[in-house]
Design a protein around this ligand. Sequence first.
Ligand code: SF4
Ligand code: SF4
Length: 482
Amino acid sequence: MIDGGEQEDLLFLSGNNRLLRISKDLGRRLQGGLCCLTVEEAEEWNELAAAGVVSTENEMRSRSATFMDGANLAININLTAFCNLGCTYCFAEGGDYGRIKGKLESNTVADIIAFIEANVTRSRTVRLEFFGGEPLLNFARIRELCEGAEQLQYRTGIRFICRISTNLTVLPAGVVELFARHRFIVSVSTDGDAATHDQNRPTKGGRGSWARIIDNCHKVRAASDDITLVARMTVVGGRTALPDNVRALWKLNLFDYFQIYPGVVPAARSAVLDVGAKAEDGPAKTMSNAFLTQLVDLVRAYPSLFQVGNRFKGVLEYERIADMILEGKTALSFCSGGRNYFTFSPDHSIMPCHRLVGDPSFQVGTSSAGLSGKGLASWRLPIDEYPVCSQCWVRYICAGGCKQENFQATGDLNVPSPEGCAYQMQLVENIVTMLSRQPPGYHERDRAPLDDLFVSCGRPMVLNLRAQGAEATVSTHHFHRV
Ligand code: SF4
Ligand code: SF4
């Protein structure tokens, strides 16, 4: 049951991700169970159940799916250990990506292309994720990988989507042309207005990086309208509120999408946020109420960001959740890590997650030999077999939390932290409330491009096959479809 404001409550059906409007009075009584319904309400409920509205397709779909379902093969490539920024929250400890060593050499490129040919899924579509350190500091390899992908596509028909996570402080000669040729998705790490960004993401020398990055964003934007620009925002507090930071970037009219994520900050370093801190970093703090309040404020202001003349198409995580509810989709896992997503690095390891590079206990193969077949089972567990999540009401949307953050917080890939759960649950509640207030035009937006955009590290999802339009077959006075 979700508070829908002064007039109504919202009933979210975990079994199939349906959303129904009900009165406040009915909502209050339903908290006590179905036994608290009036005779008339109970009759309607039974009719809805008979029509298939109250159903449990999510569990069946989640259990019957395989690791191959729900997402394309995605290859994350760590181009270099080096980064020219010294971000305060960098999970690689100040920007040097201590777990990655050196630069990716040419001899790994052929191995990656061979791995793709051997492991491509039924979709025959593969996403290349260029990552680092700062990947543009090894641009020669990016170019080689794109050429290799082009040749493989020509030979086999395998289709490629290219995406880069970059701080965009540098633009090597030829890069914008490459972005345009391959219709890149360019995810630029930028945290908001100049003051917020420069505080969070200074250069190694301590100077601001905002002005240079935005200037480069303009150059990328000018190169082609087919390049998708994503503003990747990390929130770790600061003087400017999150909605104002989003608005500052939105006004530039450069970005197609935003991605907003609470920073992973050791407790010892932050009084604001503490998501996924390690035990040795000091006593755990809860996620700041200030952040969760700001999240509510942003979701409330969200509809005002869709305006004719601005290329904004949504916040990726919000649109993904909206898609699951509106279309009836089940998340099979929080991310594709260890399912169809693998990270290649200069040390020739294959890892199930880019944040775990350098930890041999998580290694699942080598670039020359491919997957070893070991170490993948806990990355492919159905959500109903997770020890904590199997009882959670958002499990078919959240699907277990970031495994790397879970591991850091609890020592178990599949046991989340209370702070991480609080964020995930509030996110779903906020989106549910937002959905109930949108005009039908918002519901019908095209969300197909989200599949390629690496939302939540490529969350695998499938249609849950709930009976479409089942609500419309029953005439109800007490339960109404959102
Ligand atoms: S909110 Fe927490 S308990 Fe629920 S599915 Fe997500 S990680 Fe698991
Ligand atoms: S969601 Fe977490 S575990 Fe999954 S790939 Fe991303 S960082 Fe790794």
